[in-house]
Design a protein around this ligand. Structure first.
Ligand SMILES: [Zn+2]
Ligand SMILES: [Zn+2]
Length: 246
C-alpha cells in the first residue's frame, strides 16, 4: 500500500475532527465561511464526478457502471433521508426536531456511512491512478470541515454534552479512514467500489451540498459553485504540472 494514500486518508479524517471542534469551541468560525466551503465543495465534486470519475468507471467496469453509480447514489439517499428522519447539511437549528435521540443516532449512522463512502472514493480512486486519488481527495476535502460541523451541531441541538458532539465528528473521521484503508486493501475490486462511490460523491456534491449552498440568499453562493468547478480544473492542472498521471 502506498503510504501517500494513507496520508490523504488521515488529512480527510482530520477535516471531520476540525469541523467538530469548531462547533464545540468557544470561538466559532462564521456560518458564512462554512456555507462558502459547502458551495465550493459542491462545484468541485460536480467537476470530478462528471469529468473524471464517471468516464473512468465506465472504462474500467463496462456497461454495469451505470447501475453501480445509481446504487451508490441511492445508498446515500436512503441512509441520509429515508433511514434518518431529519438530516441536512449545515448547522442544525431545528432544536425541536432533533431532541429525540433516535434522530441523533440515525443521523450519525447515515453520515457515518456517507463518510465511509468518502473514504472509499479516495482510496479506490488512488488505486486506479494516484492522480485521480489526489483529485478526488481535493474535492472531498472541501466538505469535510462542514461535515464534522454538521454532525456535531446535530448532537449539540439534541442537548448532548460537548464531548459527545466532538466524539460524533471523531466517529466520522474513523469511518473516512476505514474507507480509504478498505479500498486500498481490496485493490482487485477497487474499480467496482469506485463506481459505487462515484454515485455517492455525486449525491453529496449535486444533492446534499448543492441544496445547502442554494439556501443562502444572494448570488455569492451560487457563483461559488462555478468557482468550485474552476478549482477542479486548477487542481487538475497542478496535478499534471507536477507530473502525476491522472
Ligand atoms: Zn434541521
Ligand atoms: Zn462527506
Amino acid at each position: 500500500m502506498d503510504p501517500f494514500v494513507l496520508l490523504l486518508g488521515l488529512a480527510a479524517a482530520a477535516g471531520d475532527i476540525v469541523g467538530g471542534a469548531v462547533v464545540t469551541a468557544p470561538r466559532r468560525i462564521g456560518d458564512r465561511t462554512l456555507s462558502l466551503l459547502i458551495a465550493l465543495g459542491a462545484g468541485n465534486l460536480l467537476g470530478v464526478s462528471l469529468l473524471e470519475l464517471i468516464p473512468e468507471t465506465i472504462a474500467e467496469t463496462g456497461p454495469i457502471a451505470g447501475a453501480l453509480i445509481l446504487a451508490g447514489y441511492l445508498f446515500i439517499h436512503f441512509f441520509e433521508h429515508v433511514f434518518a428522519p431529519h438530516f441536512h447539511f449545515g448547522e442544525e437549528t431545528h432544536g425541536a426536531a432533533v431532541v429525540d435521540t433516535h434522530v441523533t443516532s440515525t443521523a450519525l449512522i447515515g453520515l457515518g456511512l456517507h463518510a465511509l463512502m468518502d473514504g472509499i472514493a479516495i482510496g479506490a480512486a488512488f488505486v486506479t491512478s494516484p492522480g485521480l486519488g489526489v483529485l478526488v481527495f481535493a474535492a472531498i476535502m472541501l466538505h469535510k470541515l462542514p461535515e464534522g460541523f454538521t454532525i456535531a451541531s446535530v448532537m449539540k441541538a439534541a442537548g448532548t454534552t460537548r464531548r459527545w458532539a466532538f466524539g460524533a465528528s471523531a466517529l466520522l473521521a474513523v469511518a473516512t479512514f476505514a474507507g480509504v484503508l478498505a479500498s486500498a486493501v481490496l485493490g482487485e475490486i477497487a474499480p467496482y467500489l469506485l463506481a459505487i462511490a462515484t454515485g455517492s460523491v455525486l449525491y453529496v456534491g449535486a444533492t446534499d451540498l448543492m441544496s445547502e449552498a442554494n439556501k443562502e440568499e444572494g448570488i455569492l453562493n451560487p457563483i461559488m459553485v462555478f468557482i468550485g468547478v474552476g478549482m477542479f480544473f486548477a487542481v487538475l492542472g497542478l496535478v499534471r504540472f507536477v507530473g502525476i498521471e491522472v
